[in-house]
Unconditional design. Structure first.
Lengths: 143, 88
């Protein structure tokens, strides 16, 4: 099984029963090896916490999620200058938003699968980086 | 010697240990120039992720279970829209 870069949208869906893609997102999240960390940019934790706060989730949930995403299940990668250089290249080539470009750059760096719910990202990546593997809530499993 | 983002090959050879320490400390790469042109770059290597221990797996599982037990808002939502709203 390949390494996986996990987008914040997929994770928020996987932990939220009322999210519209929850069942499939949770299935995809759970299909990844239990003892392998998801690769995430350092921004991931902030994005997840901010999204849950904006949704008005209870403090207990936010605290518990923060402990989980700060732990070893998530391999957090700093936004170093080399990664930002790569993200800028990705943004130009695939016409992606800054945050999306960082996730894609990280997946390219680690030759990892990108796990995202965002259809627009999936389409643009397929066009700009045809060899990169992307899985979403409709995928059967992580390649 | 002053370590800068762009240095000649001669100056890097004279201070390689110092250059590597600076790159590790600051995370800023150093571009090595030859005849005034960028030729190579010294940068930090991201630590590789490792397999989790049994104890770590159990903790991660317990946290997911705990998350599932916490009462949540009842309204449905779209995570892509929510996360993208934070990216604007």
């Amino acid at each position: 099984m390949s390494d996986v870069v996990l987008d914040a949208s997929m994770f928020v869906s996987a932990i939220s029963p009322k999210e519209v893609h929850h069942a499939d997102a949770r299935k995809m999240y759970d299909s990844y090896d239990l003892d392998r960390p998801f690769i995430v940019p350092a921004l991931f934790r902030v994005e997840v916490v901010a999204a849950l706060v904006r949704r008005g989730e209870p403090l207990e949930l936010i605290d518990t999620v923060d402990v989980l995403v700060s732990g070893p299940r998530f391999h957090s990668v700093a936004l170093d200058p080399a990664l930002l250089d790569e993200a800028a290249r990705v943004a130009r080539k695939a016409r992606l938003r800054a945050y999306d470009a960082v996730y894609v750059a990280l997946a390219l760096r680690h030759k990892a699968v990108l796990m995202t719910l965002d259809t627009e990202v999936r389409v643009r990546v397929a066009d700009a980086f045809p060899t990169m593997r992307v899985v979403d809530d409709q995928s059967e499993e992580v390649p | 010697m002053k370590i800068s983002p762009s240095m000649t090959l001669t100056s890097v050879k004279a201070a390689l240990s110092e250059v590597v320490r600076s790159v590790r400390r600051t995370g800023t790469p150093v571009v090595i120039t030859v005849d005034g042109e960028p030729a190579a770059r010294i940068e930090t290597v991201a630590p590789e992720s490792r397999r989790m221990t049994r104890s770590e797996v159990a903790t991660a599982r317990a946290l997911m279970d705990a998350i599932g037990r916490i009462p949540r808002p009842r309204s449905s939502f779209d995570a892509v829209a929510l996360v993208n709203d934070g990216r604007r």
